[in-house]
Structure formats: C-alpha cells, structure tokens
Design a protein around this ligand. Sequence first.
Ligand code: NI
Ligand code: MN
Length: 225
Amino acid sequence: MNFTYYGHACFAVEIGGKTLLFDPFITPNPLAAAIKIDTVKADYILLSHGHVDHVADAPAIAQRTGALVIAPFEVARWMEKQGAKIHGVNPGGGPGFDGFKVKFVNAIHSSSLPDGTYGGCPGGFVITSAEGNFYYCGDTALTRDMELIGERDSLNFAVLCIGGNFTMDVDDAIRCAEMIRCDNIVGVHYDTFPPIKINHEQAQEKFKIAGKRLHLLPPGGSLKF
Ligand code: NI
Ligand code: MN
C-alpha cells in the first residue's frame, strides 16, 4: 500500500490500483502550499467528520474526480448537495467496495459542517483489504473502544492524531498504538495551528521507547507499507 501525506490530517492510500483520499484540507493549509490541488488523485474520498480542517477541499476534488464520498450520513448529504456521489455510513459500518472494506468506528469528538449544520457522529475508519489493513482514527480522544480494533483486525499501520488540544496528544497516541496492537504509526493533526505544534524528535523518541515507530512525513512525502 502506497501512502502519501498532504499535510494536517489529509493523506491518500493506494489499494489495488484505487486511490483512497482522506480528509482533504490542502488549499487553506500554508504548510501544504507546495501541493497542487488539481494533481491530487481520488477514486474514493473518506471524511471522518464535518469540521472544515477535514472537508475544505472535498467538494472541489469530488467534483473534479467524480470520486465516491464515504462519510458519516450527515456529512455525506452535505457533499451530495454539492454534486458528489455519496455513500453514507454511521458507527458500525462495514460495507465493501472495489477491493476493500470500510468499518466506521467510534471517535470522541464533535462534528459540525462549515455552514454550521449538524455533522452527525464523528468517527474513524478501519480499512481491510487483500493488500493489508490500516486504521485512521479521525479526530478523537483516547478511548477503550480502540481495543476492539486491535482484537478484531491485524493492522499493517495506523494513522493517528498526535497534536493534542483537540485530539490525542503523543502520549495518548502511544497508548492507542498499544490498544490497537500496531507498531507502525503515521502521525497527523499536528503543527498546522499554534495549539497543536509538537516537538518532532521528542515525539519520535517517546514512540521508540515504547517499542514503536512514529513516521512524520513532510506534506507531499510518501511511504510504502
Ligand atoms: Ni475536528
Ligand atoms: Mn481536526
């Protein structure tokens, strides 16, 4: 699985020749200024919740690519009004798509859309496929529910928020990595705004002491899992 980071909590994973794009927030993010939005590929766009730092570029990318949007029911309806093809989910989830399955899992957070309307339940995604499995936690606090994920699926990697203030910080992300039984973590949701700035070396050292690896990619950087 090829992984590409687009800054903040936006990234893409290629599975079976299809590109799954998560939480696009690129044009409003100065740290992602080098990313050309018109070159960002998507066959599927997955949205964890309605906050603007997760959906800002979703309507434009959905309109350009014709990607299918997989999102919490209320967020999916908001995308449909803007011309997107949608597949709404709620916690429980589990639908299958072309080469992968999506489970929408609990996140401890809030969710409203950029126009102020109700965004439904926020969540995270567990993606399972013949090429491997991964978990993206969305915006969330640490919760024991994460143990269920580790009990059910073996994960090749996980994408975890680490910036604190609005979500898990580095210490809680390490506890999450233990609960989900995953050693390969990609950090997201840090540095974009002053309250979520982190010390990279210190964060990576803490993961190392816990016997885990924290990948911190520059926007545009990629990895293979
Ligand atoms: Ni949020
Ligand atoms: Mn956020």
